[in-house]
Ligand binder design. Sequence first.
Ligand SMILES: NC(=O)c1ccc[n+]([C@@H]2O[C@H](COP(=O)([O-])OP(=O)(O)OC[C@H]3O[C@@H](n4cnc5c(N)ncnc54)[C@H](O)[C@@H]3O)[C@@H](O)[C@H]2O)c1
Ligand SMILES: [Fe+2]
Length: 382
Amino acid sequence: MTSVSGFYIPPVSLFGEGAIEEAAKQIREQGYKNVLIVTDPGIAKIGLSDNVSKILQELGINVAVYDQTQPNPNERNVEDGLKVLKEHKSDVVVSIGGGSAHDNAKAIALIATNGGSINDYEGVNKSKINGLPLYAINTTAGTASEMTRFTIITNEVKKTKMAIIDNHVTPAVAINDPATMYGLPPGLTAATGFDALTHCIEAYVSSASSPITDACALKGIDLIEQSLEKAFLNGSDKKARTDMCYAEYLGGMAFNNASLGYVHALAHQLGGFYHLPHGVCNAVLLPHVQFFNKADPKTEKRLADVAVHLRAKELTADAAIEKLLEMGRALKIPRNLKELGVKEEDFEALAEHAMKDACHATNPILFEKKEVIAILQRAYNY
Ligand SMILES: NC(=O)c1ccc[n+]([C@@H]2O[C@H](COP(=O)([O-])OP(=O)(O)OC[C@H]3O[C@@H](n4cnc5c(N)ncnc54)[C@H](O)[C@@H]3O)[C@@H](O)[C@H]2O)c1
Ligand SMILES: [Fe+2]
């Protein structure tokens, strides 16, 4: 029996200062007339969406804006953005921001061509045709949503985050211009950087990893170990910001194809239950999930490889975990789930939902409920 694995990334990705102007030129060259910009209130406030609108308008392109995407976007954000898209007959979508803006834009672009509601597409490859073309301008490093086939939308009724994993949501062009990140505040730099690190580590220990995803993950870990603290301490450090763009993209290449594990499966529940920031949830959970993962001998060996790339004190799984805790302290990540306001009485429901999240399936150990609760307990008391 053979098993075929695919490798999915956007057809085009642009990196470096000036990448936004280059993307705008490509939008014009493709003959698109009406752009819908999807962004969030924070990006609108710092004037970034206005700048991009101006660049597009100067090229003769009409622009409509939906700027009300909230962190951990929900179905209402998708519906509201879709309304603006239809009113303006947009033929292309440009997202500006971190994961929330991209995920919302991906959902809007998918529904624009496939119809229905975003809930219909939870799961793997449920849509029939490509979404509208999406040019995704990334401003955090990060989720890598600007280049993945994932979109994560909160279901407010079920208090959970739906994972829509669908080749038809992959952006047409992923844009990483480090100049958009010089002003990213330290707290957001730390949280989104830890998200990127989590992507690399979960993809590296994933049961669906391959030599290609391994190479991406380990190089991503290298760059994050070298650059994240520098970007946190000095946001306008060009080299550190540029390296973080590459690192988060490498993490994206890794998890877009090897998928993730219980850190994300649980972080999605914490986001859905308590509206906590995704990167912070990952940062707090990452060492504790790996502590349980190292019970698998193959994963213990893989975590020793991670120790090499994290430049840990010893080349062991335990030293890798210790280094993650140390990095968390240096980047002022909250110490435990208690500090995040998570409640012990919710552990049972959080564990049950996490065991249904698509990301749990490639964790190196398929934990039983009592083990998932034990992970939460360790991350709570630590
Ligand atoms: N689709 C995927 O592949 C994928 C992967 C991981 C996470 N996610 C999702 O992404 C979301 C989190 O995204 P995020 O962590 O990038 O945060 P975010 O997009 O929610 O943004 C957080 C805040 O940062 C601000 N911000 C963003 N860039 C800025 C900049 N350059 N300067 C100043 N402020 C800036 C925004 O205005 C917002 O207020 C979650 O919903 C998570 O589930 C998606
Ligand atoms: Fe993530």
